[in-house]
Design a protein around this ligand. Structure first.
Ligand code: ATP
Ligand code: MG
Length: 191
């Protein structure tokens, strides 16, 4: 099995690279951001809560995100592997993922961390906001709040995988294809 955690700050290109990885390695893509946006567009209770939190640039509660991941994993038991995009975003989530996978005799192959400097991601997100209409991408104050959440709560997740020798850092700057070639090489060592 190939189970990848695709990691990086907001705007690192996780969604873009996930699509290419999924196509090549036939993995199940689990994007917590996409799942939350689907709830928002359906205006469910969860969606209303998510809208509020996302528009403040904050993180959703761990318990909600962990339940969401558990459901998705259970739904796809027996697949070739998973790509986790936007999860785990806290060390509590990382520990939960570890135990969820272990219970099903699976494990993370590696975390691929896309490295991109702050000024570049702010520029990318504002550009995306102008096209996609994502409200959390349009406002620079919200973007800086998301980056601050990332630095405080999410960046430590890298250390979690580093300790288990499961961290691969990749420069997230260059053309989409250049970055994908590097990711592809890393993934190929696990299949
Ligand atoms: P990228 O541009 O790399 O895809 P992103 O910052 O646009 O990253 P998404 O993954 O799309 O972020 O998530 C959007 C928002 O959803 C986050 O800012 C956060 O509020 C919420 N969210 C998504 N995943 C999680 C999670 N695992 N834990 C807590 N909140 C989350
Ligand atoms: Mg995304």
């Amino acid at each position: 099995m190939l189970n990848i955690v695709l990691f990086g700050p907001p705007g690192a290109g996780k969604g873009t690279q996930s699509d290419l990885i999924v196509e090549k390695f036939k993995l199940i893509h689990i994007s917590t951001g996409d799942l939350l946006r689907a709830e928002i567009s359906k205006q469910t209770n969860l969606g209303k809560q998510a809208q509020d939190i996302i528009n403040k640039g904050l993180l959703m509660p761990d318990s909600i995100m962990i339940d969401m991941i558990q459901n998705k994993i259970t739904e796809h038991i027996g697949c070739k592997g998973f790509i986790f995009d936007g999860f785990p975003r806290t060390t509590v989530q990382a520990e939960a993922l570890d135990s969820l996978l272990r219970q099903n005799n699976m494990e993370i192959s590696t975390m691929i961390s896309l490295e991109v400097d702050t000024p570049i991601i702010v520029e990318r997100i504002l550009k995306r906001g102008a096209i996609s209409g994502r409200s959390d991408d349009k406002n620079e104050t919200i973007i800086l709040q998301r980056i601050s959440e990332y630095n405080h709560k999410t960046a430590p997740v890298k250390e979690f995988y580093k300790k288990c020798n499961k961290l691969t850092e990749i420069q997230g700057v260059g053309t989409i294809q250049e970055i994908f070639s590097k990711i592809e090489k890393v993934c190929s060592t696990f299949v």
